[in-house]
Design a protein around this ligand. Structure first.
Ligand code: V47
Length: 364
């Protein structure tokens, strides 16, 4: 296979990957433009197996979207609604608790909870959500509120991000999901989500969380107006931040779903671009422990293939995903944990059920 990679003109990058040398932006550009997807997968798989062996992780989790009311209304988003809109909703504390109660008989290890940027819910509401969930499920890990939401809560409450995070942690916040990163490029942000905090702002919230001992994830929303160089600059900023703090757990490339958005003229991503973003993120983010193939966005079948292209995690059971389904995702709302195990086994990997922090709960 090494001779095959050399014939593909990637011998120099192969040598770097094998020596554990950091790839440059120029290397990344050459890889993105390279037509041989198998060669890219082979390179990414070296890093993937070096970091995670043959293991492929999944988690038993539940998603709760407490409200879609949002003051930002990003052009790529089909989920957010202005307050007062017919499709706007906000759950009461009891409604969120009911979502948790409905599934108390399932062995859920993580609750993933995000929402829009609400204009007037008080900070006490968010603290009550965390405390209410913990009352019902004391052992569950709550991964909630993106860096963008945390920045918004801090502004609304007139508190620093650090103080806001300290209070959320005290109420039960366990870690922070990777949403809201989009593409850090100011050009892309200006054109698609001008009201959202800047890339630097997003990274600052993540680094503050890391300094307080909280792990976070990171994402990149690809497949719309961003250029290859803007994707690479995004990776570079993340890898620099990770060099500083070491607080990122997983990176999740998110395939843009155009339906019902203000950017509906864009075509959906292709399987090749999805695999390229998995492989490139694995190769460029050399200091990130995990790369997730989020089956909700790319489909369980391609997520299975992605396990040979750099990904080592399929996320989890999920249940009731709204953000991509409102944007036209055709995938299921949930996968049973037996299905996840089967998908992973058939991909030739060892299924490992994990908790949020990647402690092993069961290996199959
Ligand atoms: O922040 C919004 C993205 C994110 C669309 O941390 C869209 O483990 C595709 O971040 N098409 C939310 N994507 C989801 C997210 C996530 C999901 C699963 C696991 C984790 C994790 C994080 O979805 C948003 C935004 O970047 N998004 N609209 C769309 N039309």
């Amino acid at each position: 296979m090494d001779a095959y990679i050399e014939q593909s003109g990637l011998g120099r990058i192969l040598a770097k990957v094998k020596n554990g040398e950091r790839l440059t932006i120029d290397d990344g550009r050459a890889l993105y433009h390279h037509p041989n997807i198998l060669a890219l997968g082979y390179l990414a798989n070296i890093v993937r197996e070096w970091k995670n062996g043959n293991q492929a992780f999944f988690i038993y989790n539940q998603h709760i979207n407490y409200s879609n009311i949002c003051v930002n209304l990003c052009k790529f988003c089909a989920f957010g609604r202005e307050k007062g809109h017919a499709l706007a909703y906000e759950m009461t504390l009891e409604e969120v608790k009911d979502k948790v109660r409905q599934r108390l008989d399932e062995p859920i290890d993580e609750i993933h909870m995000v929402g829009g940027l609400h204009p007037d819910l008080p900070f006490s509401y968010y603290l009550a959500l965390l405390r209410g969930i913990k009352e019902l499920r004391p052992d569950v890990h709550i991964q909630a509120f993106t860096c963008v939401e945390i920045h918004h809560l801090a502004q609304m409450a007139g508190m620093s991000v650090e103080h806001t995070l300290r209070q959320l942690i005290d109420a039960g916040l366990g870690s922070i999901p990777g949403g809201g990163a989009e593409v850090f490029s100011p050009r892309v942000r200006q054109a698609t989500c001008e009201k959202k905090i800047s890339g630097e702002g997003w990274l600052e919230v993540a680094k503050t969380a890391h300094r307080l001992g909280i792990k976070t994830n990171a994402t990149m929303l690809y497949g719309h107006i961003e250029t290859i160089d803007e994707r690479l600059a995004h990776f570079d900023a993340l890898r620099q931040a990770q060099d500083e703090t070491g607080g990122f757990l997983a990176f999740i490339p998110l395939a843009f779903h155009p339906k019902n958005t203000a950017m509906a003229e864009h075509a959906s991503t292709t399987g090749i671009d999805d695999l390229k973003n998995i492989a490139l993120s694995r190769l460029m983010l050399d200091n990130f422990p995990h790369i997730k193939a989020y089956w909700v966005m790319i489909g369980p079948k391609l997520a299975q293939v992605a396990l040979a292209f750099g990904a080592d995690d399929m996320d989890g059971t999920v249940k009731e995903e709204k953000i991509s389904h409102m944007a036209g995702a055709q995938t299921e709302q949930a996968l049973g944990h037996r299905t996840l195990i089967r998908l992973i086994k058939e991909a030739g990997r060892q299924p490992v059920q994990r908790d949020t922090l990647y402690n092993v709960l069961a290996a199959y």
